[in-house]
Design a protein around this ligand. Structure first.
Ligand code: 5GP
Ligand code: ZN
Length: 116
């Protein structure tokens, strides 16, 4: 596994920086966002350091989204969510602050009033 020394998420994946881990397998890591938009807000990412979505191969993207699908269903069930926002900020101009590709899984609840 290539760990990029100055990447925050690589440091979390390697355990150098602690996180509330939600899921891990050989290629994917997921943990709770430190500033959650809702209960259960989870960041899901490939372990391999890839800066943004455009740098992923079609094969890696397909396999990554298979994991996202599985983790999203598990998290939503685990926190008894009624739905979720699933998104990816791709590039600085789109609001990506950490240059290690990641999905935001934001569980939503009937009680949160809905909407964006
Ligand atoms: P982005 O803006 O890159 O799409 O999202 C980065 C996310 O990482 C933000 O939602 C932010 O709250 C989260 N984040 C930043 N630093 C940390 C950290 O040290 N630990 C955790 N768990 N989340 C972080
Ligand atoms: Zn990284």
């Amino acid at each position: 596994m290539v760990i990029v020394m100055d990447c925050l998420f690589c440091k979390i994946i390697s355990g150098e920086i602690p996180s509330s881990k939600v899921y891990e397998d050989e290629s994917v890591y997921a943990f709770l966002d430190i500033a959650p938009s809702s209960i259960g807000h989870t960041l899901i990412m490939p372990k391999k350091h890839i800066e943004n979505f455009n740098e992923m191969s079609p094969e890696d993207a397909a396999s990554f989204f298979k994991s996202v699908n599985k983790i999203a269903k598990g998290v939503e069930k685990g926190v008894s969510a009624d739905g979720s926002n699933i998104g990816l900020n791709n590039g600085t101009v789109a609001g990506q602050e950490v240059p290690h590709v990641h999905i935001h899984l934001i569980p939503r609840y009937e009680s949160d009033g809905g909407g964006g």
